[in-house]
Design a protein around this ligand. Structure first.
Ligand code: SF4
Length: 262
């Protein structure tokens, strides 16, 4: 008799709605800081936002994801933009972003922030796990009016079983970042995909590449393959969940910055 996989696990869209009640207040969103230098993109400035609609067991972002009610302060889009711009101008960075949580929570806040970026010399990198963008094609169309924007859609695992094990979310929602990429490409929004592959086999990764090629020929050219960094909290959490990465990066003195997340 065939075994039908159950769709146990939380719904990221429902979790996102619940998180927005905690980390969004009108056009304000919670952050823990507004402008630090990261080594990515040859040097970039990033704010640390609070609140995510996934609970990835490998996530380096601790309190912003796991304790959003007790973490950070509310900031207006203007405060966030000027915090980012100040650090970026001081260091000559061309890109700015927010990281360590999910970038699409608080849509009004995001749009007002992007309005300010649009009048500036910067490009904003929207870090997202693709859940909200996949569930609502209007969102991508609304983003299409911004030219100083690039969306980085991060897939958590190479197939829905990996995704479910890594995030605890229902398997069904694994399709959402694929839909997000499709909506963004259809709306002509600059975007690329990346995948957390630390728990993937060569076979599952090859399957993912096949699925992405089916979605859009050429998308593999900009695919980023990510591996976790074993920060102490990450190592501890993975041990608790009995998850062993096949590939990871060790924390070193040459690697002082945390990676981007969503
Ligand atoms: S890795 Fe990204 S999507 Fe996953 S919990 Fe952390 S911030 Fe959220």
């Amino acid at each position: 008799m065939a075994v039908i996989a159950s769709d146990a696990g939380y719904c990221p869209i429902e979790l996102g709605t619940a998180m927005e009640k905690i980390v969004v207040d009108g056009n304000r969103r919670k952050y823990t800081q507004l402008g630090r230098t990261l080594r990515f993109y040859g040097g970039t400035t990033s704010a640390t936002e609070v609140g995510c609609n996934l609970r990835c067991k490998f996530c380096f972002s601790d309190k912003p994801v796991w304790k959003p009610a007790r973490t950070g302060r509310f900031y207006t889009p203007e405060q966030v933009f000027y915090g980012l711009a100040k650090n970026a101008r001081r260091h000559g960075h061309k890109t700015i972003s927010a990281s360590a949580s999910e970038g699409t929570l608080g849509r009004d806040h995001l749009f007002e922030l992007l309005d300010l970026v649009e009048q500036s010399e910067f490009v904003y990198i929207l870090e997202t796990n693709g859940m909200t963008l996949g569930a609502d094609s209007d969102f991508a169309r609304q983003l299409a009016r911004y030219k100083n924007l690039h969306v980085r859609v991060s897939l958590k695992g190479s197939n829905e079983d990996e995704y479910h094990e890594l995030t605890g979310a229902n398997r069904h929602s694994y399709r959402l970042p694929f839909l997000a990429l499709k909506h963004l490409i259809d709306a002509d929004v600059s975007c690329n995909a990346c995948v957390m592959a630390s728990f993937s086999s060569d076979v599952s990764l090859a399957g993912l590449k096949h699925a992405l090629t089916d979605l859009h020929p050429g998308i593999l050219k900009s695919l980023e393959i990510e591996h976790i960094t074993l920060f102490p909290k990450v190592r501890e959490r993975l041990k608790r969940y009995q998850l062993t990465p096949t590939k990871s990066r060790r924390l070193s003195r040459q690697q002082p910055n945390q990676p981007e997340a969503a």
